[in-house]
Design a protein. Structure first.
Length: 259
């Protein structure tokens, strides 16, 4: 049986296969008709249960749970930890078999901390009594604007990322990460800052910095908790007797006062 000119090419284009594939199927059809099968036979010749076996989703979920969440922060790390391909992990995310969860560091607040917070507000005169205005909801208290107050505080840096992302199962939750400070590390600094001069301040009344060409922004300074010491022996980086600087790992009252 002859086909019209260009029929095989049109079929290959329509089904997105090579022209030789169409030619092979057409030859198989003609052979089956010649053998007595009037309807022709172009069925596939794969054996039963052929091809790569799919993953058991129950076993896969158990395997994912066995891997710590700290080893599942991105596609590449998750795929390496599970022994799977990055593409398969991406497909699981597309099919909602895995979801992305975000965790942020929360401060540790003990009951004593909760009690001291309002006490500190009253002790520092952040609240003061005032005469309520007519037809207002003010109960006779107002916040002090703290225009003549300088804050001195410690700054901690780079102990951990404040926000981390994990690839989890839909019913999974990342572990809670708690630190005394969201930026807690050996690199400790003491800083001083106050209200910006855009607010009229008694001690920094519209202070203008001619070098920076801007008003006082409230930043007074940042000083590292560090100490100078002399190298006791030579190394490839510096000779003996070189003056160096290192972090003060333990900050107590005696260390804090000179700053």
């Amino acid at each position: 049986m002859e086909l019209p000119r260009g029929a095989k090419t049109s079929a290959a284009t329509k089904f997105k296969v090579h022209r030789h594939t169409v030619d092979r199927l057409w030859s198989r059809y003609n052979d089956s008709v010649a053998a007595g099968n009037l309807s022709g036979d172009v069925s596939y010749r794969y054996k039963e249960n052929s091809g790569r076996k799919g993953y058991d989703r129950v076993e896969l979920a158990a395997k994912i749970r066995s891997v710590p969440v700290d080893q599942r922060t991105n596609y590449q790390q998750t795929a390496k930890s599970l022994g799977l391909s990055v593409g398969f992990i991406f497909d699981m995310m597309t099919n909602k078999e895995q979801v992305k969860r975000t965790t942020t560091i929360k401060p540790i607040l003990r009951p004593s901390n909760r009690e001291r917070r309002p006490q500190w507000v009253w002790a520092t005169s952040m609240l003061h009594h005032c005469t309520p205005l007519p037809n207002s909801q003010n109960d006779g208290h107002a916040f002090d604007p703290m225009l003549n107050l300088i804050h001195i505080d410690e700054k901690w840096f780079n102990h951990d990322k404040k926000t981390r992302h994990y690839l989890m199962l839909p019913d999974g939750e990342p572990r809670q990460r708690n630190l005394q400070s969201a930026r807690h590390v050996e690199k400790n600094h003491v800083s001083g800052n106050s209200r910006p001069s855009e607010v009229i301040m008694p001690i920094f009344d519209n202070l203008w910095d001619p070098h920076r060409k801007t008003r006082f922004g409230g930043k007074i300074g940042l000083w590292p908790f560090a100490e100078d010491y002399v190298a006791q022996r030579s190394s490839k980086n510096r000779p003996e007797g070189t003056e160096l600087m290192r972090n003060i790992k333990v900050v107590d009252t005696n260390v804090y006062k000179p700053f």
